[in-house]
Structures are given as C-alpha cells and as structure tokens.
Ligand binder design. Sequence first.
Ligand SMILES: Nc1ncnc2c1ncn2[C@@H]1O[C@H](COP(=O)(O)OP(=O)(O)OP(=O)(O)O)[C@@H](O)[C@H]1O
Length: 209
Amino acid sequence: MIKIQSLAHQYHHAPILQFPDWEIKDAEQWLLLGSSGSGKSTLLNIIAGLLKPQNGEVILDGTSIYNLSTREMDQFRGQKIGIVFQKPHFIKSLNIYDNIAIAASLAGLPIDAKRISLLLETLGLAGKAKKYTEELSQGQLQRASIARALVNHPSVLIADEPTSSLDDENAENVISLLTEQAASSHASLIVATHDNRVRNRLSKEYLLS
Ligand SMILES: Nc1ncnc2c1ncn2[C@@H]1O[C@H](COP(=O)(O)OP(=O)(O)OP(=O)(O)O)[C@@H](O)[C@H]1O
C-alpha cells in the first residue's frame, strides 16, 4: 500500500506544486491524469524515491521513504518499485538479459535466471535475451523495460507515458502487459498518460489540476 500525505514541491522560482492526498491499495490500478505541466512526472519521481519533496510524506508498505538514508533508499527502491519510462534507458554494452539481471544485483538481490527467462517469454521476447538494445525495435525495448521493472517482484509498478512513442499495436500490447503483469504480481500500478488509447484501460483515476 502507498500513501501520499500533504505533498508539495517547488522547483527553483516556479509556482508550488501541491498534490492531493492519495492512498493506493495493493494491486489497485490507477491512471494519473492532468494537463501538461500539472506535475505528473514530478509526482511519479517523488513516489519513486527519486525526488525529495519539500513537504509531506510518501509511505510505502509502512516505510516513510524519505526517512531512509541514500543507501537504504537505493536498495528499497530497487526491491519495491519498478519504473517504466516514456523511452527505455538501457546500458548499450550489455545484452537484454544482463540489463535485466543488473537490476537485481543493484537492488542487492540474487539473479534469478528462471524468472528473467519467464518474463522475457511472457513479454514476447524469448529469442532476444542475447541481443543488444540497438538490435531491438522501440516496442520490443519498451517490453524489455517492463521485464526489468518487474524482475524484483516490486510492490508498485510506475509508468510515465509508457505508450506515447509507440504505434497503436505496440501501445495496446504494452498497456495489456502492464495491467496483466501488475495483476499477476499483485503489484499496484500507476500509469501517467495523455494517451487516449490508455484511458479506458484502468479503472481508477487521480487527477492533477
Ligand atoms: N527540473 C525542473 N526544474 C524546474 N522546473 C521544473 C523541473 N521539472 C519540471 N518543472 C516544472 O514543474 C512543472 C511540472 O512539471 P512536470 O514535468 O511534473 O509536469 P507533467 O504534468 O508531467 O507535464 P507533461 O505532461 O508535459 O510531461 C512544470 O511547470 C515544469 O516546467
């Protein structure tokens, strides 16, 4: 379960961004909506432990995450939070399997080769484990980034505009995989989007104005 309480953030000389309190129960699936500049990415970064807010708390599975030390936070994030960005970022010198495996190592977890193979298979990438990122299409890379986000069995899966650079078929595929995989891992899912193809696919909405 995630709770955000009294959250507010201000970038240098910019207006204060305030975020209504929000409680996300285990396995719930939420859309994060709001016009451009309303603070969606800022909020996702705060929930993901990547941006310390000036005010308020993020409580994930009972832990107030900004009370953790930097080292504790890095491990906590790696173990509890899976992140899918608009454009996937991978280490070019590693193949797809190793890019996913390193997410486990960085979180201080053992590498589970069976889990990685199963994820790649489920995400339609069974033959791509030994390929390098430049050998994959955008849709395949986005699916690989979902595998990486899920490898450590996170409690929450966060996706920031995951379909905006994809064509209809790949967008449909990626949103289905996100919702199915979150459900089968019993993870909470938060998807920030402008994409109308995604809007009718998740039942709950949190709106920033
Ligand atoms: N690093 C930064 N420094 C200063 N201002 C920033 C920074 N990042 C975001 N902002 C400002 O904070 C506000 C919220 O930005 P944010 O990217 O969170 O909005 P968003 O809802 O995700 O927008 P979009 O839908 O266009 O991606 C905007 O006014 C933006 O210009």
